[in-house]
Design a protein around this ligand. Structure first.
Ligand SMILES: NC(=O)c1ccc[n+]([C@@H]2O[C@H](COP(=O)([O-])OP(=O)(O)OC[C@H]3O[C@@H](n4cnc5c(N)ncnc54)[C@H](O)[C@@H]3O)[C@@H](O)[C@H]2O)c1
Length: 257
């Protein structure tokens, strides 16, 4: 595979990703996943165009990102996949293991605890906690669910650095405060609510309903541009009250159940 635009070989930074733009750091796990997949398929070199396509970014962005790390692209050859896997991994601190606690072992907490895809990114779930006594003591993914009050001890004894919050929105701030008070400095929350953390604590949120809402909005706009009739989904109560059906404005209504 040839690379028409290889990034110039630069020095590798000695201090991980310090000084590397946040946007670049956020893309590194994606590059690593693609590169790891290529390596598993026996691919030894990859062009910046191919890597960019597989990672879903522009090739100029990819070359710039890798140049921040010190890339090893060779003109006419491309990037050495194995070398780049190690290099990106080192920059992400993956030689070390970052220990994770999941707070809230309900539907989502179970799924996350059982998910095996975190390890390649250097993280390992080592503890599960829940505030519900009926959940405490349950075995999930080889770990026993611990009472939420034990968080301080778990964090210090197991060296946990990252907390994943899989609790309802109403409990999320309290759960967040508890993990921060226990010494956690990185929090990933799935609760659909804004959270406050003190300076020095990294907070990331995964809000699936907002993401889906954005896609639905775009679908609606695309359908409107294609001249499709909008489908308005009405609650059953409104339909029972006589609202809905194909109305004067040509709106086609369906019932939400
Ligand atoms: N289930 C999903 O597929 C899904 C998808 C996207 C987002 N979410 C969000 O993830 C969060 C969890 O969803 P779920 O469906 O797993 O809920 P769930 O009700 O099934 O589980 C929540 C768990 O959190 C525990 N809990 C509550 N307060 C706690 C606290 N302070 N400390 C420790 N544990 C506590 C509860 O005892 C319960 O076991 C919600 O905010 C939800 O909106 C869920």
């Amino acid at each position: 595979m040839t690379d028409p635009h290889p990034a110039p070989p630069l020095r590798a930074p000695r201090d991980g990703t310090r000084g590397v733009p946040d946007a670049t750091v956020a893309r590194l796990p994606v590059y690593l996943r693609v590169l790891t997949g290529l390596g598993e398929r026996g691919v030894t070199t990859v062009s910046s165009e191919e890597l960019a396509l597989a990672a879903g970014v522009g090739s100029a962005t990819l070359r710039k990102d890798l140049s921040h790390l010190g890339s090893y692209g060779v003109r006419g050859v491309g990037y050495d996949v194995g070398h780049l896997v190690q290099h990106v991994g080192r920059c992400l601190g993956l030689a070390e293991e970052w220990r994770v606690v999941i707070v809230g072992i309900g539907s989502l907490g179970h799924a996350l605890a059982n998910y095996g895809g975190f390890a390649p990114l250097g993280t390992r779930v080592v503890a599960l906690v829940d505030s519900d006594p009926s959940v405490v003591g349950e075995q999930v993914a080889g770990l026993e669910v611990q009472p939420a009050e034990r968080i301080v001890r778990l964090v210090s004894e197991l060296g946990v650095r990252i907390a994943v919050l899989a609790v309802p929105a109403a409990s999320a701030q309290a759960a967040c405060d508890a993990v921060v008070a226990a010494g956690i400095t990185s929090v990933l929350s799935f609760a659909p609510v804004e959270l406050q953390v003190p300076a020095g604590v990294e907070l990331r949120r995964v809000d699936l309903s907002t993401e889906l809402g954005i896609l639905a909005f775009r679908e609606r706009r695309r359908a409107a541009a294609d001249g499709e009739e909008p489908v308005v989904v009405l609650p059953e109560t409104l339909v029972a009250a006589g609202v809905g059906g194909r109305g004067a404005r040509g709106v086609h209504a369906e019932v939400a159940r």
